[in-house]
Design a protein around this ligand. Structure first.
Ligand SMILES: Cc1cc2nc3c(=O)[nH]c(=O)nc-3n(C[C@H](O)[C@H](O)[C@H](O)COP(=O)(O)OP(=O)(O)OC[C@H]3O[C@@H](n4cnc5c(N)ncnc54)[C@H](O)[C@@H]3O)c2cc1C
Length: 403
């Protein structure tokens, strides 16, 4: 049995940030990190972007100073059970670890294709460095026909990245919405984005979804869609969202509701147990509505703050997380809710190429801001969300952020 002052379960960026948060407050106490992965914490965003352009893996790992921090990282050490009453966790080998403070930073796990899809096990999941390496190997060995199922962040990014990964790539992006990101973007933007993909050689199969995946004797997979359309491809990748990896907490009797429920300080319903990052459901803003955020900026900021609180600080989480994406040479940063059902006001520098989209709630308060090829304006966008005032007329917002 090992006793740790601070025990961190998970080896992603939220765990990493928490370790640094703990060290900011407590320079000496024993800190142990138990990670299921075989690689030290790394950034996931390049797995669907830069790595496909430059192959440069070293940029992923900028968290290699655990020795200097006096923190012990135990790789390939999945935790099997948490026993909050005993202040104990048990890892996959049956080894027991006791703690004074425990952090669950177990992140999220890709959802499989729906159970109704026959042969869904033939689709690859995409989350980890190993997933990237497997897909990269397949492309290097000649896979050219790839179907990406799901048009969310990962699906759209991966389709763009794969289509540029080698000569003669033939990428199909299959998703149920009528246009790419029509749930997020105003209609004209979604139409523009869809065209943008098509002009760059991606086959956009919108308004459709997979029904069956059949592994072929020779090589490849036959995909049959709800519409009856069929494709024969080398590989299928599923990008249909993630679920919080919260089974450890649920099995331990810790309160879970779409993720591990925490208060503004990162505390769960169990004494001395905290959670942060993608796995945590936390109260956001003045309304205190419980949300889970699956973005890197949140994982960093929440992790750090919760780490500091574990070590004795009492700081509420007030940060408004930002998120971003790269789609070919289009890119954006955003805060708040991007929901095309909300009223929107588009303030263009150049129509559809560069500008700011404001999402307004029923009281015409700014609920979300999309900075479409507009950079370094995230703080101004956060300020508008924080202000919480109503904007009765669109024109009042003109030029407010884009400058
Ligand atoms: C391909 C890809 C691209 C992305 N791009 C962007 C982007 O452009 N912008 C953006 O804002 N966000 C992006 N994200 C999201 C961002 O990477 C995540 O929000 C972030 O990684 C969350 O960090 P986390 O540490 O909370 O969780 P994770 O990164 O999921 O880390 C959780 C860790 O816990 C470990 N673990 C789980 N269960 C156990 C257990 N029982 N015992 C021990 N260890 C366990 C896992 O193995 C993993 O190491 C992307 C994600 C992916 C996958």
């Amino acid at each position: 049995m090992a006793h740790c002052e601070y025990l961190v379960v998970g080896g992603g960026v939220a765990a990493d940030a928490a370790v640094r948060g703990i060290r900011e407050v407590d320079a000496k106490a024993r800190v142990d990190v138990l990670s299921a992965e075989d690689a030290p914490p790394y950034d996931r965003p390049p797995l669907s972007k830069a790595l496909w352009r430059d192959h440069r893996m070293e940029g992923l790992f900028h968290h290699l100073d655990y020795g200097d921090l006096g923190v012990t990282l135990h790789l390939t050490t999945p935790v099997a059970r948490v026993r909050p009453d005993a202040h104990e966790v048990v890892d996959g080998t049956g080894r027991s670890w006791t703690y004074r403070k425990l952090l669950l930073a177990t992140g999220a796990t890709p959802r499989p294709l729906p159970a109704a899809v026959a042969g869904r096990e033939h689709a690859l999941a995409y989350r980890t460095l190993d997933d990237y390496l497997a897909l990269r190997r397949a492309v290097d060995e000649g896979a050219r026909r790839i179907l990406v199922a799901g048009g969310g962040f990962i699906g759209a990014e991966l389709a763009a990245a794969l289509s540029q990964a080698a000569d003669a790539m033939k990428v199909t992006l299959l998703f149920p919405e009528p246009k790419l990101w029509s749930a997020r973007l105003p209609d004209a933007m979604a139409a523009y984005l869809t065209r943008y993909y098509e002009e760059r050689g991606v086959e956009v199969a919108s308004g459709d979804e997979p029904r069956a995946l059949e592994k072929l004797d020779g090589q490849g997979v036959r995909v049959r869609a709800a519409s009856g359309r069929e494709w024969v491809v080398d590989l299928v990748v599923a990008g249909v969202g993630v679920a919080p990896t919260d089974a450890l907490a649920r099995d331990a009797g810790i309160r879970v509701a779409d993720g591990v429920v925490v208060d503004a300080f990162g505390k769960t319903s169990a004494p001395d147990v905290y959670a942060c990052g993608d796995v945590a459901s936390f109260p956001l803003g003045a309304a205190g509505e419980s949300v889970r955020v699956e973005h890197e900026d949140h994982a960093h900021r929440h992790g750090r703050l919760v780490g500091r609180n574990m070590a004795g600080r009492d700081e509420p989480y007030m940060h408004i997380p930002m998120f971003y994406s790269d789609l070919f040479d289009l890119g954006f940063e955003a805060v708040g809710r991007l929901d095309s059902r909300l009223a929107t006001y588009e303030d263009w520098v150049e129509p559809l190429r560069q500008g700011v989209v404001y999402y307004l709630d029923g009281s015409r308060r700014v609920a979300g801001v999309l900075l479409w090829n507009v950079w370094d304006r995230v703080d101004a966008a956060r300020e508008l969300l924080r202000e919480g005032r109503a904007w009765p007329r669109d024109e009042e917002l003109a030029g407010r952020i884009r400058g």
